[in-house]
Design a protein around this ligand. Structure first.
Ligand SMILES: [Mg+2]
Length: 251
């Protein structure tokens, strides 16, 4: 896998996969476990439970990620410490497992036409660990992640994040971009930038934790969100129907 701009101009399409709650189901409850750890981290900074909950939600809403608010407004020292204590301490091997049908889905993508990249708001070690457990790491050509070491690093759904992604993958033409993510705001932001084939992975009825709050997953939009042609799917297998042109044709 590559994470910097070493790829030559590549004419192929590019398929961007979000990782968390997209390549595995929200029923794994990993988002709950992450939320609990982030809350504990706030408490260790000396905040009360009440302030911790309030700031966790505020930073998530305002910055897309709690850690960005933490590094801006608190003395957290090394953000890698946050990563170690939160994502790094998750017992992922017990929470998610290899799914042969997902690997088959990736293998069935025609790599002469399209390349597969990860596009995550996590830091690199967590993303790579998930891909390894799911046995997809050898099928993913590149990874765009939030670099906690960069001051004021960007994340989805900020336009700069998608621009950074295109730069890293050396893509000029947004109409070549395919993207699937469980967060509708992330998908809409990509669509607004002209990414042509955007899909929302929506496990309706399950629960996920966002900003420290448990929320039922649904296909509702933010008030005032503009109409667009983003498609909802409930299983990644549906990508075969939605994006038939990127899969190997049966011989
Ligand atoms: Mg996600």
């Amino acid at each position: 896998m590559t994470d910097h701009n070493e790829s030559k101009e590549d004419d192929r399409l590019i398929i961007w996969f979000d990782i968390d709650n997209t390549l595995y189901s929200a029923s794994s409850n990993i988002s709950h476990a992450m939320g609990t750890r982030i809350h504990a981290y706030f408490l260790r900074l000396g905040l009360s439970h009440e302030d911790a909950s309030e700031l966790h939600l505020k930073y998530y809403t305002q910055y897309g990620l709690a850690v960005r608010g933490l590094t801006r407004h608190h003395d957290v020292g090394n953000p890698l410490d946050f990563d170690r204590q939160c994502d790094g301490s998750l017992p992922l091997e017990e929470m998610i497992s290899y799914d042969p049908s997902l690997r088959k889905l990736f293998e069935d993508i025609d790599t002469s036409k399209a390349r597969i990249w990860g596009l995550t708001n996590a830091y690199r070690p967590h993303a790579e660990r998930v891909l390894r457990i799911l046995k997809l790491d050898d099928l993913v050509e590149g990874l765009v992640y939030c670099d906690y070491l960069v001051k004021d690093f960007v994340c989805k759904p900020e336009p700069e994040y998608y621009e950074m992604a295109m730069n890293q993958a050396n893509v000029r033409d947004p109409s070549k971009c395919y993207f699937v993510d469980d967060n509708r705001k992330n998908v809409d932001a990509a669509r607004d930038l002209g990414w042509a084939h955007c899909v929302h992975f929506c496990e309706k009825g399950l629960e996920a934790m966002e900003g420290g709050k448990i929320k039922e997953i649904d296909d509702s939009r933010e008030p005032g969100a503009a109409e667009n042609d983003v498609i909802d799917i409930t299983t990644l297998e549906d990508l075969r129907k939605v994006w038939p042109e990127i899969f190997k044709q049966p011989t």
